[in-house]
Design a protein around this ligand. Structure first.
Ligand SMILES: Nc1ncnc2c1ncn2[C@@H]1O[C@H](COP(=O)(O)OP(=O)(O)OP(=O)(O)O)[C@@H](O)[C@H]1O
Length: 265
């Protein structure tokens, strides 16, 4: 049984335009500029890695994109629409989804139930009561499909809290996929994952990108994983965008090596 979520509203974005455009993005908090004049475009289906030393502004950039932090100046355009002042929920409805560094899973609920709730919220949020039963059936189908995509079908009945770190990360991804985002922000999806589980999680993320055609932006400290997945790498340093180029060019860039002060890239 296969199903898909309702087709998203037609994009306002003309063909060839970026799916995400960030222009002059700046965020100042209490006199400190934590993101400074960052501009870049992301093409539909592109995989952009976001790297940088600790405190460089990577998570803050994601918080600005997803609406958890307010923009001081600059604009964010998603699929042709200005979302700079939109709420996180409005951005999610427009197709911007994100995972968090810390786990967002309900540990006391079943694995399938966690994903079904996310699908239900997406499908049933604006429905009238008599339409909700149908939405509930469809939410279960969407949940099964998302679990299949991340390889957790067999764990559907398990309590989410009983999963290994790696499987919890897969569950977070399934929860995200159930909301059918066009642009996916992954914030350190490998954090806390055992070395043995990194390869499996990397494959799942690669599939979500290649086979599902989703645009991915990913912050990750596992550099070997990132450089293998990414079309381009954005390097943040002191809140600014230091470089944005192919993995090969970025790793050879003396300014990037300097930013890491000799740390292995
Ligand atoms: N809400 C906030 N209020 C004040 N300062 C903040 C806030 N959020 C982040 N910062 C500061 O902004 C800077 C960038 O932090 P951020 O978490 O974005 O860096 P990062 O590159 O994600 O770091 P890490 O790799 O360690 O997660 C840090 O100096 C941090 O202390």
């Amino acid at each position: 049984m296969t199903t898909s979520l309702p087709a998203p509203a037609p994009a306002a974005r003309p063909a060839g335009e970026p799916v995400l455009r960030v222009a002059g993005l700046t965020c100042a908090i209490g006199g400190a500029v934590i993101v400074s004049d960052v501009s870049f475009d992301v093409a539909p289906g592109e995989f952009v890695a976001v790297i940088g030393p600790n405190g460089a502004g990577k998570t803050s950039l994601f918080n600005l994109l997803s609406g958890l932090l307010s923009v001081t100046s600059g604009t964010i355009t998603l699929d042709g629409a200005d979302i700079t002042g939109a709420s996180p929920a409005a951005r999610a409805r427009r197709g911007l989804g994100r995972t968090f560094q810390s786990s967002s899973v309900f540990a006391g609920l079943g694995v399938r139930e966690n994903v079904r709730l996310a699908a239900q919220a997406r499908l049933g949020g604006s429905l009238r009561p008599w339409q909700r039963v149908r939405a509930s059936d469809r939410a279960l189908e969407v949940a099964e499909r998302a679990l299949g995509r991340v390889g957790l079908t067999a764990r559907g009945d398990a309590l989410a809290g009983s999963l290994s770190h790696g499987d919890k990360r897969k569950l977070e991804l399934a929860i995200l996929l159930a909301t059918d985002p066009a642009v996916v922000l992954l914030d350190e999806p490998m954090a806390g994952v055992s070395t043995e589980e990194v390869a499996g999680l990397t494959r799942v993320i690669a599939d979500v990108h290649r086979e599902e055609g989703r645009t991915v932006l990913m912050v990750e400290h596992h550099m070997d994983v990132l450089l293998g997945l990414a079309d381009r790498v954005a390097v943040m340093h002191h809140g600014s965008l230091l470089a944005l180029d192919t993995p090969a060019r970025v790793t050879a860039d003396p300014a990037v090596q300097e930013a890491y002060l000799g740390d292995q890239l």
